[in-house]
Design a protein around this ligand. Sequence first.
Ligand SMILES: Cc1cc2nc3c(=O)[nH]c(=O)nc-3n(C[C@H](O)[C@H](O)[C@H](O)COP(=O)(O)OP(=O)(O)OC[C@H]3O[C@@H](n4cnc5c(N)ncnc54)[C@H](O)[C@@H]3O)c2cc1C
Length: 332
Amino acid sequence: MSFDNVRGYSTPGRVSRTPQVSGTRSVVQQLGPRPDGSIPFSVEFNPPRDAAGEARLWRAAREFERLHPAFVSMTYGAGGSTRDRTIRVTGQLARETTLLTVAHLTAVDHSVAELRSIVGAYADSGIRNLLVLRGDPPGDVLGDWVKHPEGVEYAEDLVRMVRDLGDFHVGVASFPQGHPRSDNLDDDTRYLVAKLRAGAEYSITQMFFDPEHYLRLRDRAIACDPVEGAKPIIPELMPITSLRTVERAVELCGRPLPARVMERLHRAAGDGPEENRAAVREVGIEIATEIAERLIAEGAPCLHFITLNFAKATGEVLANLGYTMSPAPAHA
Ligand SMILES: Cc1cc2nc3c(=O)[nH]c(=O)nc-3n(C[C@H](O)[C@H](O)[C@H](O)COP(=O)(O)OP(=O)(O)OC[C@H]3O[C@@H](n4cnc5c(N)ncnc54)[C@H](O)[C@@H]3O)c2cc1C
């Protein structure tokens, strides 16, 4: 694994360098109502794999800038070169856009020293908001988890490590239907609360298609700990744009989609040899809009969209919900 592009911070200790951008805003500070009274939204990007992917990401980022998201987050994947690119591109997003940038950080295949170095590289770019995760075993998300010999076992440990390094704002993952590895929902909730007690300020959920699952998670968290469990739980949504994206959604949910959602998508796809993509897309946007409307009515603090680095589908859901875009900047 190469860390050639990661600057500095091989030395353990607190990261105290002054951020180069206004990265000290925290996600939680962004969660109040917007000037027009609407609730904030945010988007998730994935590290681009190549130059074409990077261009696509930047197009999406510029489009989203005009919709004023509360924050954007960049996932963190397996593989040395992808990781180097992730750190570089995430830093560029923070420095070269107006977007409050949250970097995901996972413990997969990293020693504590490497994790500190990565956190330092993000701090160099002015990034002070991290979504701290354990990560999944590379290749098989349900395969055996093997801790790095000098790494950490659980996200909770990583939250503590990051908080000890300096003034970072930390979020963690939560699971409306329970993490696939958790034995039961009570244990799962206790593990979430442990991450919040360790210093996380909020959580972002795994994607779901039944708002009831989100609402029950919120109730469970508060019942488990009325203080820590009341920290914001940001629901994650993904507009389905084709039957192929359903596979991705199932992978990210770790569960099958509800039967009634699948029925609507299949009905739209039709019986022909080729799926009716326009109809599937329309229904996918409709489903995401309906889930968002319910979540807004239930007082969700923010809507977090998986975008796969495209702005169009999420933009359409937001337009359905009444969010408007600023005019495109005039270029000389
Ligand atoms: C919003 C969001 C963003 C994500 N982004 C990424 C990403 O960028 N990159 C990536 O690789 N993955 C990402 N993931 C996936 C995530 O890394 C996996 O779901 C991973 O398997 C669990 O991560 P965690 O941080 O919840 O781990 P943990 O909280 O450590 O939990 C891992 C497992 O251990 C159990 N557990 C936790 N604490 C204890 C304990 N004290 N004792 C016993 N068992 C315990 C949990 O129930 C769970 O089954 C994301 C998930 C979400 C919801």
